[in-house]
Design a protein around this ligand. Structure first.
Ligand code: ISE
Length: 335
């Protein structure tokens, strides 16, 4: 069975998803590319052999020759387009975050619950990264004892847009850690504090967060959107009797001129290439069978991430520790 896909958004992530579905994994075909810019949509459609180009995302979602949808348009469109997919009864792989507003996430969870089944798989691809898979397994197998702390470093070369702010480090970048740490530890957050050192220029400075979990663990997250030297994600899960440290995958090391060196990716697409393939394979299976993937994030996870992010922005702007208040998970989202 070939799943016919609508790719909404022909920017960095829409293009990458279209390429993965077209040339890296079997089972899917890009039927239509939709973008506010018809020229940009046409370029992507041409490169992946899509049958059609559109500028109206809701019309693309409703097409009879579209079985499933990938939403990779700007963050503020994710929730409304997920709602449109639920209304049309089309499985959707929606890029993170589901929304920067927990209230808007709740509209999506409410619509999905009312529909009686899951439609939205959220693109928190880190859950599929082997490092986190192994951390979670080590914990489950009792190899490091009870989890005490998880340390995370998330560094980008530079901010993706000129209007990127310190708050967006928390609402756009850190949700990856909010989600994957919650997934690895299997716990919720109780409180968050956030701090920023001062840079010597006007660029967005790093944001350092300390989160307390409801299980009494501590989580540190450094997001540095202007690290300059490369895309660098590190992490360590510390238990009472051992620890698991992430080793960034590398395929070669250069030795020359009395020096040893390795290359950094410029952004997340290379570092998480295999995680994206695994995630997208799971999405095609979900679209074909209706069975929600075991690992993937869902709308509830999107709401959980948005709730922490909101508290994090308040912690940063008000320079205080803020409680994270997430209601009890409805049975509908139990795994
Ligand atoms: C971007 O939106 C992503 O999702 C990347 O994975 C992350 O590293 C980056 O900081 C975000 O802006």
């Amino acid at each position: 069975m070939t799943i016919r896909l609508a790719i909404i958004g022909a920017g960095i992530m829409g293009s990458d998803h279209a390429r993965i579905f077209t040339s890296e994994i079997p089972g899917g075909r890009v039927q239509v590319v939709c973008d506010a810019s018809p020229e940009r949509a046409a370029v992507l459609a041409g490169s992946v052999g899509a049958a059609d180009v559109m500028t109206d995302p809701e019309a693309a979602i409703r097409r009879a020759d579209v079985d499933a949808v990938v939403v990779a348009s700007p963050d503020f469109t994710h929730a409304p387009l997920s709602l449109a997919c639920i209304a049309a009864g089309k499985p959707v792989l929606c890029e993170k975050p589901l929304s920067q507003s927990s209230a808007e996430c709740r509209q999506v969870t409410a619509a999905e619950m009312a529909s009686g089944r899951r439609w939205v798989q959220l693109g928190f691809m880190r859950r599929y990264d082997q490092s986190y898979v192994e951390m979670k397994a080590a914990l489950a197998q009792g190899r490091i004892g009870r989890a005490l702390m998880m340390h995370n470093f998330h560094r980008n070369v530079e901010t993706p847009a000129a209007d990127f702010t310190g708050a967006m480090a928390i609402t756009n970048s850190a949700p990856h850690e909010f989600d994957v740490v919650r997934h690895v530890l299997g716990t919720e957050y109780a409180a968050i504090s956030a701090f920023q050192p001062q840079r010597s220029d006007a660029r967005v400075a790093p944001v350092v967060m300390v989160l307390e979990t409801t299980g009494g663990q501590l989580v540190t997250i450094e997001v540095n959107n202007n690290a300059a030297y490369g895309y660098d994600v590190r992490g360590e899960l510390v238990g009472e009797t051992g620890s698991v440290q992430m080793i960034a995958p590398g395929y070669s090391r250069l030795d020359a001129a009395l020096t040893q060196s390795a290359v950094y990716d410029a952004d997340w697409r290379g570092r998480y290439a295999e995680a994206y393939r695994r995630q997208n394979r799971d999405f095609l299976r979900f679209a074909a069978t209706g069975e929600f993937p075991v690992i993937a994030s869902d709308c509830w996870d999107g709401l959980a991430a948005a709730t922490v992010a909101e508290a994090g922005v308040r912690a940063l702007t008000e320079s205080r520790r803020v409680a994270v208040e997430l209601e009890a998970q409805p049975d509908f989202y139990a795994r």
